[in-house]
Design a protein around this ligand. Structure first.
Ligand code: CA
Ligand code: CA
Length: 432
């Protein structure tokens, strides 16, 4: 502890091993210092607190540890910034504690940032427990590598009264968060701050958002299907109230997957700026989304199509559709001439409400081999179908007179026929 004015700065490079309650203690009052607390440490072991930092004055709190921090009974790293303070920053490597790995209580006027690169373990409490008070701004937690685990993996409460204050939790590729008690991430706010989770790693346990407008960005390279249900996280996502967004920014493999199961509360828009991949060499996969769908820049759908057999993978959306999604087709019997048509996308909502360009063939799928393809938007009694057909020969085939002569008569426009089939379907449903 230290009097006077300036930064209270503690630097240790070896191992601090305390048989007492606290390994490294740094506390200030408003009178004692005006410039905050900086701690740089390597290994620290203690009974109650590995590092205990409490700033009562102005300035920032900054704690960096590069080695192993251990607390036998309580908290590995405790950081508190009072209301005169500005920012709070914690960067740690490995932290093991009986209760919380990290507790950050930020009452200052700026942002809080916590970054972990090693394994942070809380045994009986959350691995990270971070709270922003009313005068603060953003709360950012980055699990850059390694693991954060606890009864709840991460508890992040942003109670900022500043409009626009956000909570962001980012889990990088290869990193993970585990909640041994069932909840991996708990984002809360008494003031409506919005929350964002960016997940390129793995999440074991549920994710719970608050009442603000929240976003879950799916950044994983692929997602397995277990028991016919997509595993976005190994648990469920509860978006709470507000206008919420699930955004696929990577690849969602949706073989026989259904997406609604994990979004049970609140208004959730499914935004796609990555790939919904049904293409796996087998036609007939159905991917069902029971939310409004937005095709954002880069939105792609890839499907297997077996036109001669009249089968295809299908994206089914119960809700509104906006934006544009490029559809790439994988023809399974590309050499057989057929006038069959197959439904690729089924939108269930308001008859004919989807825009014609909501789903468009990717440029590489307009002509494949000998044939040219077309994706038509057909109004249905309950929405829209996007239907694939062959329109004739490709430019490549047209250059081959023998092929052209043999096949060209096969193709006609078949939209009227599709309407007839649709009406037949409706009337047979009515007869049931
Ligand atoms: Ca929400
Ligand atoms: Ca498929």
């Amino acid at each position: 502890m230290m009097g006077g004015t300036g930064v209270l700065s503690i630097t240790t490079t070896g191992t601090v091993s305390s048989t007492g309650s606290i390994g490294i203690a740094a506390t200030t009052t408003l009178k004692a210092t005006d410039s905050g607390i900086t701690v740089n440490a390597n290994n620290v072991t203690a009974i109650s607190y590995g590092i205990f930092a409490r700033n009562g004055g102005t300035g920032a709190v900054s704690i960096t540890t590069t080695g192993d921090v251990n607390s036998r009974s309580r908290i590995g790293v405790y950081a508190r910034n009072g209301s005169p303070g500005s920012d709070l920053t914690v960067n740690v490597n490995n932290v093991t504690a009986n209760a919380n790995g990290i507790v950050a209580e930020h009452g200052g006027s700026g942002a809080a940032s916590i970054t972990t690169t090693g394994n942070v373990v809380g045994r009986t409490d959350p691995g990270i427990n971070a709270t922003n008070g009313s005068g603060t701004t953003d709360l950012t937690i980055a699990v850059s590598s390694g693991t954060v685990s606890g009864v709840t993996g991460i508890t992040a409460a942003n109670n900022s009264s500043n409009s626009g204050a956000t909570t962001t939790i980012t889990i990088s590729d290869g990193a993970s968060v585990t909640g041994t008690g069932g909840t991996a991430l708990n984002l809360s706010s008494t003031t409506g701050a919005s929350g964002t989770v960016n997940n390129a790693g793995s999440i074991t346990g549920n994710v719970t958002f608050a009442a603000g407008d929240d976003t879950f960005n799916h950044l994983k390279a692929s997602t397995p299907v277990v028991g016919g249900v997509l595993q976005i996280v190994d648990g469920s996502i509860d978006f709470g109230a507000g206008n919420n967004t699930f955004r696929n920014r990577s690849v969602l493999e949706g073989f026989a997957g259904t997406l609604p199961a994990f979004m049970t509360t609140g208004t959730v828009t499914f935004a796609n700026t990555g790939e919904i991949r049904l293409m796996n060499g087998t036609a007939g996969d159905v991917f069902a989304i029971s939310h409004n769908f937005v095709g954002e820049t880069g939105s792609r759908l890839t499907v297997d199509v077996d036109l001669p057999n009249g089968t295809a993978d299908r994206l089914q959306i119960t809700g509104t559709v906006s934006g544009t999604t490029e559809v790439t087709i994988n023809p399974l019997q590309p050499g057989i001439a057929t006038t069959n048509q197959v439904r690729i996308v089924e939108v269930i909502g308001v008859a004919g409400a989807a825009a014609t360009n909501a789903f468009e063939l990717a440029s590489g799928s307009e002509q494949i081999g000998l044939f040219a393809y077309e994706l038509d938007n057909i109004d249905t009694p309950t929405g829209d179908d996007f239907v694939l057909s062959r329109t004739g020969l490709s430019a490549q085939a047209a250059e081959l007179p023998a092929v052209s002569g043999a096949i060209s008569e096969t193709f006609q426009r078949n939209i009227p026929r599709y309407h007839e089939r649709l009406e037949g379907r409706a009337s047979s449903n009515n007869n049931e």
